[in-house]
Design a protein around this ligand. Structure first.
Ligand code: ATP
Length: 430
């Protein structure tokens, strides 16, 4: 557990209610940074640090070590930046947690359901971080909240291009985040809700329905409530998607991060019993470039197949005959209303399953393996609303022999034969 020999070490003595922010350089060759708590108590995004344990953060990490009581920590290695800030909204975030906890207590007393919270705001305001913080605080006081991940661009739960729900049973790991076991995942297929807003709203409703069903049979889940992380797209259809989400999940609280107009619009458009709260963003939240977002997405897919840090997975590569699978894309390209068949609307086309004929252009695409039962035409109806049981990547297509090679987390055969194509591609450099 000793830091690498020769690594520079810097000690920081933090006063109470301050945080040390640091960033690790990005890029393959970048040196990792280690963090150690020497005295006092501190937490990273709501998860407490153990004393004299070294936490390692890889390239691109952006971290805040916050202390309520004061502490001293050591950083080993050369972070790209490291500074102490006294100006943090953590007290407001803690108060928010306290208010949610009051609601859970009341729910427990009155045999009602706990708070359903939606976190909204533009990109790079720290939405995911606030969700993580509130979930970790809730689980630390014995609750079992659910994380609902609607950010199809930067999902914290599954690969990009999906929406999902995850029961949180322990605080996030300081280095690795929440343990992702048995999440409920739906295929969306691209990194922006705008590519198919109808499908996005439909999947939001699917998640809400499953969550409500779970709450009916599981009292702890019901009292724990949920924290919904949303996309940073807050205008036009993006805004409408937030309103739809609030209604389908019947949210009680909306936390708006750093966006006064959005706050006012939601206050105007949501029913009066929904509490809409404006919260400041943390000055520590780091803006991420397009490239940085793309790298994070790529990394998420790599993790799915190859594991993360201590846990190494060994994915399988095998051939799949075209005739053994059915590949679909959800959503037909929109056509002028006048050309639509009688009785059909644009909405129908967005949720339509379009068969995909395998060709070379399938190479590198990520495909979701639908959990829908393999069946005849009739069974196709439920595919859009069926959760996903895993993902594969097409690594090679041979149109002559009608076979494609895939990268898969599990050995052959595929558990199901209905595959849904994503816009997202992954080039396996291993
Ligand atoms: P998106 O646009 O993807 O929805 P977001 O609003 O969810 O982004 P986060 O992912 O929460 O934003 O935060 C962006 C980055 O800033 C993350 O890498 C996170 O670790 C970092 N970050 C958040 N809060 C702090 C802080 N107080 N100090 C330093 N870094 C922070």
């Amino acid at each position: 557990d000793a830091p690498a020999a020769g690594k520079a070490s810097t000690r920081y003595d933090l006063e109470k209610e301050t945080e040390l922010r640091f960033e690790v350089e990005s890029g393959e060759a970048a040196e990792q940074v280690e963090l150690e708590l020497l005295t006092g108590m501190a937490e990273v995004f709501g998860s407490e640090l153990n004393r004299n344990k070294k936490y390692t953060f890889g390239p691109g990490s952006k971290i805040a070590v916050f202390t309520w009581q004061g502490c001293s920590v050591n950083l080993y290695g050369k972070p790209e930046v490291a500074y102490v800030s006294k100006d943090t909204p953590m007290l407001l975030y803690l108060n928010t947690h306290a208010a949610l906890e009051q609601m859970r207590k009341q729910a427990e007393r009155d045999n009602e359901r706990g708070p359903r919270v939606m976190v909204v705001g533009p990109t790079d305001v720290g939405k995911s971080t606030v969700c993580r913080l509130l979930l970790s605080y809730a689980v630390r006081v014995g609750r079992r909240p659910t994380l609902v991940e609607l950010d199809v661009g930067q999902s914290g739960v599954s690969v990009p291009g999906t929406v999902s729900a995850l029961c949180i049973e322990r605080p996030a790991d300081v280095e690795e985040g929440f343990s992702v076991q048995a999440p409920l995942v739906y295929h969306f297929g691209s990194t922006s809700p705008g590519t198919n807003i109808k499908l996005y709203n439909k999947l939001t409703s699917c998640l809400a329905e499953v969550f409500s069903q779970r709450c009916e049979v599981n009292r702890k889940a019901s009292v724990g409530g949920c924290i919904i992380n949303t996309c940073g797209w807050v205008k036009g259809s993006g805004y409408q998607a937030l309103v739809h989400c609030a209604s389908t999940f019947q949210v009680d609280v909306v936390l708006v991060l750093d966006h006064e107009r959005l706050y006012n619009e939601l206050k105007r458009d949501l029913p009066h019993f929904v509490r809409v709260v404006l919260l400041p963003k943390s000055g520590g939240v780091v803006e991420r470039s397009k490239e940085c977002r793309r790298d994070t997405r790529d990394e998420k897919i790599r993790e799915y197949f190859y594991g993360f840090r201590g846990v190494t997975f060994y994915p399988f590569s095998y051939e799949v005959r075209f005739s053994d699978v059915r590949i679909y894309k959800i959503g037909a390209p929109s056509i002028p209303d006048s050309c639509l068949p009688l009785g059909m609307s644009q909405d129908d086309t967005q949720l339509k399953l379009v068969p995909v004929t395998p060709g070379r252009d399938l190479t590198y695409h990520v495909l979701s393996v639908s959990s829908a039962e393999d069946g005849d035409e009739g069974a196709r109806k439920g595919i859009v609303e069926s959760p996903v049981c895993g993902f594969i990547v097409v690594t090679h297509v041979d149109t002559q022999t009608q076979v494609m090679k895939v990268l898969s987390p599990a050995p052959r055969p595929l558990p199901r034969h209905t595959l849904l194509i994503m816009d997202i591609r992954f080039m396996d450099m291993k």
